[in-house]
Design a protein around this ligand. Structure first.
Ligand code: ASP
Length: 410
């Protein structure tokens, strides 16, 4: 990947924020929507071939299929541990800052949380609010083509793992041929990513300018304290917890962050960890030098199930709503919120605004009206950009740490 790309993307991003805040003309917004969508589509187009080819190639490149157990164990342990730490950070910041209180009184009425919101129902109706059981039922899809068409990544990953493991068990000659073909497909998809990323500065400019032209900063007003709570807790996880973890395993956090800049900026502008996956993979392999057999397995799984920023956000949003509505959250309910946030963050898709469905699930579980999340919708887009960057950064840290541990093992 072009070494100067991250500088160009960063410049595009700064220009986009400035242009979006100044130019509000519908023609400008339409043009940005069109160009941004082209770039977003090009990245999304690569997700299914990359997940399938990387999972299968990654597993087939393992010298011994038993290595998969260790790799899987490390991956799941890292992803669970960091999600739990993220959720705990979110809880802590809500209890310290108390964003739901105004002059020590629940601020539900001031914030408009108590008004019934038709916007929320419309939003959730389009996202089909399923219960948690359904999220996990989708893990084993009855039809792989339909799962791919619907963007159900957990199902594709399950298929990829089963395929890769089974391929280890066929006669050696055919196995080697298959491994070479799949590796070639994977290499080609990575080349495609490189080509798409040439257009990243333009695509990212369009996506970000559109958000700032449409949302502006005025929507933040009444929800400023909530906004600040989310930013501080995400910032704590991004700038303190994860770098400390890297340092603990002997990885330089600054170098790692620099290597990940293109992926972080793509995550920020697309608000989709799935769409960012091709770029994350490219950064980990080409810039951070992580071996393909590790990143090919750990990253697709991470982009789908490891969402620290999302888990943290769900927790902060649900506790904020409870606080603003004057509902007392005891230790049991706080634990229930945190637990549900971790579980739903595993199940939600890596697409824009996916958290909102999970927040609705949590509110239902703790007995709060789903309509209360209405005001949050107005500021969600910008927070989505930030939490998606945290999601992607955590995946990359996990991959770097696991690569280090595996190297040690080798
Ligand atoms: N947009 C997030 C992602 O793709 C998911 C969410 O929290 O809405 O990682």
């Amino acid at each position: 990947m072009n070494r100067n790309l991250h500088v160009k993307i960063l410049l595009a991003l700064i220009l986009a924020v400035a242009a979006g805040l100044v130019i509000k003309h519908p023609l400008f917004i339409d043009a940005c929507t069109f160009v941004g969508q082209l770039f977003f589509n090009a990245l999304k187009m690569l997700i299914v071939p990359i997940i399938l080819s990387s999972m299968v190639a990654g597993i087939m490149n393992l010298p011994d299929i038993r290595g998969l157990g260790r790799l899987g164990g490390l991956t799941v342990s890292y992803y669970l541990a960091t999600s739990i730490i993220a959720v705990a950070t979110g809880c802590l910041f809500v209890f310290l800052i108390k964003p739901g209180l105004y002059h020590s009184m629940p601020a539900g009425d001031v914030l408009g949380l108590n008004a019934s919101g038709s916007e929320v129902s419309t939003h959730l109706a389009s996202k089909s609010l399923t219960d948690m059981k359904d999220i996990f039922l989708r893990m084993i899809p009855p039809n792989i083509v339909s799962a791919a068409a619907k963007g159900q990544m957990l199902g594709i990953i399950f298929f990829g793992i089963l395929f890769g493991v089974s391929a280890h068990l066929i006669p050696r000659e055919r196995k080697e041929l298959l491994a070479r073909v799949v590796q070639a497909i994977f290499d080609t998809t990575m080349k495609m990513t490189e080509l798409v990323m040439y257009f990243a500065p333009i695509g990212i400019f369009a996506l970000v300018a559109k958000v700032f032209a449409q949302t502006g900063l005025s929507a933040l007003g009444p929800l400023m304290l909530f906004f600040i709570t989310v930013i501080l807790s995400l910032g704590f996880h991004f700038f303190i917890t994860l770098p400390l973890l890297l340092k603990f395993f002997g990885i330089n956090p600054i170098t790692h962050m620099k290597n990940m800049v293109p992926a972080l900026l793509t995550a920020f502008s697309t608000s989709s960890s799935s769409a960012t996956l091709p770029v994350t993979m490219e950064c980990m392999e080409k810039r951070a030098g992580v071996p393909n057999r590790i990143s090919a397995f750990v990253l697709p799984l991470g982009a789908t199930v490891n969402m620290d920023g999302t888990a943290l956000y769900e927790c902060v949003a649900a506790l904020f709503i409870a606080q603003a509505m004057g509902i007392k959250i005891g230790i049991f309910k706080a634990f229930l919120v945190a637990f549900t946030a971790v579980i739903t963050s595993i199940g939600v898709a890596g697409i824009p605004a996916a958290s909102l469905v999970a927040i609705a699930v949590i509110l239902k579980i703790i007995g709060l009206p789903v309509e209360a999340m209405g005001p949050i919708l107005a500021v969600d887009r910008i927070l989505d950009m930030l939490r998606t960057s945290v999601n992607v950064f955590s995946d990359s840290c996990g991959t770097a740490i696991i690569a280090k541990l595996e190297k040690h093992e080798d």
